[in-house]
Design a protein. Structure first.
Length: 477
């Protein structure tokens, strides 16, 4: 079969994204309010990672030790001054590494603040490079809102996981589009760079799933951010795009990767995702957070009755959504922290045994819980099933719950009251969410910063006109 060789026009999906990036204004004050909170949350998660993860710290800093880049990106919590590629990798990895940053559900699952790895690195670098025309916080927040929107809208109905691909494909796509804007590329250049993002082979999801779950899931977002910046820099020096990268017969993304299925844009791009993103206030995989809340309530039930999780619990019945069944329903040996923080049964078992919420440290290899045989014994007593109503409400855009239910049967056959949590802490429908995110930020920042410094940052983020480099200087150590 002969294939057409003439150069086509750019695919409509690409054109629509770039039109949104370059021409759509964001009138929503709620979107900007939440963007400020999301920016703080991501930076707080980065500082938490820096203070708690030697594994991540080992990857940070210039590729060649001792290198200092003129007008480079100042990596928060450190004295490193990095080129924008390594800066994007380090920033994205720090935000994501402990799985404590924001999340967004859909047919695909993802973490929109991953994009801040690319956006902060480029905005800070460019602000220092062109000091008379610095990128302001307002411009950064607008780019952030739009990156969230592109990733989230494409997550709603496109299940890349069913094709074995990792959701960070959308981090690369959204970050490429918005770093084009921050770098002042023309719209034609932005289209070229965006087409390159789709033209990549895309990472496999295998590093998030048994038996290969491992720490790469913590730096996959950083990798996507770094690639997004690199594609833009290549475009800036003249590399052309691939206009029909999605729709080309045989070789395009739809045919080669999606087995002939077209990508679906679920709704027009506005600011919907930022206005409804889920903030993680418990350090657990997002689909397990309502289960963590339910487990805490069950632990209180056991305590009131004078019962213990290790001695008196016969069976733990768990109802959950299909997404959780796929991502965090795990049996058998857990090999590392990345395995544990993506295990529903581990999260529930630790909470039942300790009688309090799980912490980041509880997943680490040196945690007493990681070696405690009572955890595995309790995991073996758990029965996890999908609740079709939970799955339906999870996907229903008018509901968007993240429900889990836990019922415990004790040794004498008594069943305690089932605990159902539909909208977990951090959900946009919870009125306490934004204040709790600020408290989370203060707690994370207290690992490395004085209270006065933290309060100064909380004041500074309210500015529209502050240059990004001046804001980032507040995080330098």
């Amino acid at each position: 079969m002969s294939l057409p060789s003439e150069q086509p026009v750019y695919d409509k999906i690409l054109v629509d994204i770039i039109q949104y990036v370059y021409h759509t204004t964001i009138p929503s004050s709620r979107a900007y309010e939440r963007a400020r909170i999301a920016l703080l949350d991501a930076l707080g998660c980065a500082i938490e990672t820096l203070s708690m993860s030697p594994e991540c710290r080992a990857m940070l800093g210039p590729t060649v030790p001792g290198t200092i880049v003129p007008n480079g990106f100042h990596l928060p919590g450190t004295s490193y001054i990095l080129d924008p590629l390594k800066g994007a990798f380090d920033m994205g990895s720090m935000i994501r590494y402990l799985d404590h940053n924001d999340a967004y559900p859909g047919a695909e699952w993802g973490h929109p603040s991953d994009n801040l790895g690319a956006l902060l690195a480029v905005a800070d670098w460019q602000s220092r490079t062109r000091s008379e025309n610095s990128i302001t916080l307002h411009t950064l927040l607008t780019a952030q809102i739009k990156a969230y929107e592109i990733q989230g809208v494409l997550q709603v109905a496109n299940a890349f996981n069913k094709h074995g691909l990792d959701h960070t494909i959308l981090v690369k796509v959204a970050s490429t589009a918005l770093t084009s804007y921050l770098l002042k590329l023309t719209e034609q250049q932005a289209l070229a760079a965006l087409s390159q993002a789709w033209q990549d082979g895309q990472p496999l999801r295998t590093f998030r799933q048994a038996p290969n779950a491992g720490p790469r899931k913590g730096w996959a977002a950083g990798d996507a951010c770094m690639r997004a910046v690199h594609l833009n820099l290549l475009t800036m020096v003249g590399q052309p795009g691939a206009p029909s990268v999605l729709t080309a017969p045989q070789w395009g993304f739809h045919h080669a990767i999606m087995q002939g299925k077209d990508l679906i844009v679920a709704r027009p791009y506005r600011s919907w995702v930022m206005e409804s993103v889920f903030f993680k206030l418990i350090p657990a995989e997002g689909h397990a957070i309502s289960a963590a809340e339910a487990a805490l309530a069950i632990a209180m039930q056991l305590k009131v009755r004078g019962l213990s999780a290790d001695g008196d619990v016969k069976t733990v019945y768990i109802r959950t959504q299909k997404a959780a069944m796929t991502i965090v329903n795990k049996h058998g040996k857990l090999h590392n922290a990345a395995d544990r923080d993506h295990c529903l049964q581990y999260i529930i078992a630790v909470i039942l045994l300790k009688g309090s919420v799980i912490d980041t440290a509880d997943y680490m290899d040196d945690s007493p819980w990681a070696q405690d045989t009572r955890v595995d014994n309790l995991r073996e007593k758990m029965v996890v099933v999908e609740d079709e109503v939970f799955t339906r409400d999870y996907h229903d855009q008018k509901v968007r719950s993240g429900a889990n239910a836990i019922l415990v049967e004790v040794g004498n056959g008594e069943r305690l009251d089932e605990i159902v949590v539909e909208f977990p802490i951090g959900h946009p429908k919870r009125s306490d969410t934004l204040n709790l995110v600020k408290e989370k930020f203060r707690a994370n920042m207290s690992n490395m910063f004085e209270k006065r410094e933290v309060e100064n940052i909380l004041l500074a983020v309210e500015s529209d006109t502050m240059p990004v480099n001046e804001f980032m200087d507040l995080f330098t150590r």
